[in-house]
Design a protein around this ligand. Structure first.
Ligand SMILES: C/C(=C\Cc1cc(O)c2ccccc2c1O)CCC[C@H](C)CCC[C@H](C)CCCC(C)C
Ligand SMILES: C[S@@+](CC[C@H](N)C(=O)[O-])C[C@H]1O[C@@H](n2cnc3c(N)ncnc32)[C@H](O)[C@@H]1O
Length: 259
């Protein structure tokens, strides 16, 4: 499962420098993405706070609120990572509810689990962490009252299959709320987003030794869907209603779809 790298031999520019360097090729397959998220697990939360100046917490609260999750509900947080949305859902559904956080990275789930145990809130006992694939959910049809997914859809290798699976496990009339970077159709917003990633995100991540991992963000947004395309994708798999909201000054977006 180790990230694959190309060894690129280069002529030595001078004798103090190594005669070869490692260059990662684009992170394309699921195994490479899984390895990437496992590598960054120890710094992921801290970098989110630093890079977004804490704003990601607001965007995540909005996503949970848009999911329509209520006291006593049985809810699912897909691509839960270190668990931010699952913890917010846990407070919403309370001790009579149940939250499942699913992710395919053991390292991310291990951070989530230790955060759960280091917090004193009793309601966090209602969370269960499941190691699994968003593209093959281990749950029966019409099982959940609400689903959230934060910064997950863009990272899965098949958007359509992921959406079909969400539709399948969601109860009729229930909602899925999908937070992610917004692939803007506005040239200024798209350029600003790219500038932020190249000049702020990658520079800061480089200080933690993860420049390559954060460079992947830009290509993943370029390969993602616009708000309108996300709305169509949801309707195409059977959702009755679907609406995309731009948030965070257009840097982020949230799709809300009702089964
Ligand atoms: C929430 C953030 C990153 C999540 C994230 C998602 C991914 O898919 C990754 C993939 C690979 C590596 C890492 C990640 C990952 O960390 C942080 C986002 C930061 C924004 C790019 C910058 C936000 C800048 C501003 C301070 C916000 C200003 C908002 C204002 C209202 C205009
Ligand atoms: C950018 S992180 C988001 C974590 C968290 N939801 C948040 O908002 O902070 C993306 C997560 O998606 C997970 N992921 C990507 N593809 C997946 C898949 N096919 N199945 C399960 N998890 C996946 C990764 O392991 C990673 O933890």
């Amino acid at each position: 499962m180790a990230a694959s790298v190309h060894l690129i031999l280069q002529p030595p520019p001078n004798h103090h420098r190594p005669i070869f360097r490692l260059r990662r090729r684009p992170v394309r397959c699921a195994d490479e993405r899984q390895a990437l998220f496992s590598r960054i697990a120890p710094v992921y939360d801290n970098l989110n706070d630093v890079l977004s100046l804490g704003q990601h917490r607001i965007w995540k609260r909005m996503a949970v609120s848009w999911s329509g999750a209520k006291e006593g509900n049985n809810v699912l947080d897909l691509c839960c990572g270190s668990g931010d949305l699952a913890f917010l859902l846990s407070e919403k559904v309370g001790p009579n509810g149940k939250v499942i956080g699913l992710d395919f990275s053991k390292e991310q789930l291990s951070v989530a689990s230790s955060r759960q145990h280091s917090r004193s809130k009793a309601c966090f006992n209602n969370i269960e962490w499941v190691e699994g694939n968003t593209l093959e959910l281990p749950f029966s049809d019409c099982y959940f009252d609400a689903i959230t997914m934060g910064y997950g859809l863009r990272n899965v290798i098949n958007f359509h299959k992921a959406m079909e699976e969400m539709y399948r496990v969601l109860k009729p009339s229930s909602q899925v709320s999908i937070l992610d970077f917004n692939k803007s159709t506005d040239t200024f917003s798209a350029s600003f987003q790219e500038w932020m990633i190249d000049n702020v995100v990658v520079t800061v991540a480089n200080g933690y030794g993860f420049a390559e991992e954060y460079k992947y963000l830009k290509s993943s947004i370029q390969e993602f869907l616009t708000g309108k395309e996300l709305e169509k994708l949801a309707l195409g798999v059977g959702f009755a209603k679907s609406k995309h909201f731009e948030i965070g000054g257009g840097l982020m977006g949230n799709l809300v779809a009702t089964r």
